[in-house]
Write a protein that binds this ligand. Structure first.
Ligand code: HEC
Length: 187
């Protein structure tokens, strides 16, 4: 925050005559981030079917007609089951542990600058549904909304290592993450 505040002050100093004061939106870049449990998701709904036209108009030019990707833009479909093989294919379908992250990513980053970002929440639900459908994770008629999207089980949901649990309590009875614990004395 201190750095940000300095930035604001500097940008406004007439002597440098460069930059500008950040806008309110730029000062809160993480507002509207949707976390894994999706509780920040807005109202709205969409299905894969509805996503098709939006995808064709706004996404296919870079990500390919069927999400196969057009080099150097990433593919969005496929790769499920390849992550622990010699040629892992990482896509939002094969890699993302949470479906809500796809929604969040599209909302904040797609289509990328300098294209206009003008997707409505309904559009984003529909596009997320389409990508999940193309990846074989949901059915074409499944409605995605703030309740159903967090329920979607992604294939790589359990592919990440959790922090190892602590097996014994500390001397004072508290449980602390293992990295905060003193090393046991060598015997
Ligand atoms: C101008 C080309 C372009 C267009 C149009 C575009 N994208 Fe992207 N997209 C990209 C690029 C480039 C990346 C990778 C960005 C990065 O990794 O920093 C990306 C990444 C993504 C990802 C994450 C992929 C991953 O594996 O992490 C998703 C999901 C996505 N785009 C969806 C969409 C959707 C949906 C649309 C249509 C609304 C869209 N994109 C339109 C260029 C585009």
């Amino acid at each position: 925050m201190v750095l940000l505040a300095c930035g604001t002050a500097m940008a406004q100093l007439p002597i440098y005559n460069v930059g500008r004061a950040p806008t309110e939106a730029e000062l809160h870049p993480s507002d509207g981030v949707v976390g894994s449990d999706g509780k920040e998701l807005p109202p709205g709904r969409g299905t894969a079917k509805e996503g098709e036209t939006i995808y064709a108009a706004k996404c296919a030019a870079c990500h390919g007609k069927n999400g196969e990707g057009i080099y150097p833009w990433p593919r969005l479909v496929g790769g499920i089951g390849t992550l622990n093989t010699p040629i892992p294919v990482q896509t939002v379908g094969s890699y993302s542990p949470y479906a809500t992250t796809i929604w969040d990513y599209i909302q904040r980053a797609m289509p990328p600058f300098p294209l206009e970002k003008n997707l409505t929440p309904d559009n984003i639900y529909a596009l997320t549904a389409l990508l999940l459908y193309w990846n074989g994770i949901i059915k074409e008629i499944d409605v995605m909304d703030k309740n159903s999207l967090p329920e979607v089980q992604m294939p790589n949901r359990h592919g990440f290592y959790p922090d190892p649990p602590q097996s014994t309590p500390n001397k004072d009875g508290t449980w602390q993450p293992y990295w905060n614990q003193a090393k046991p004395a060598a015997k």
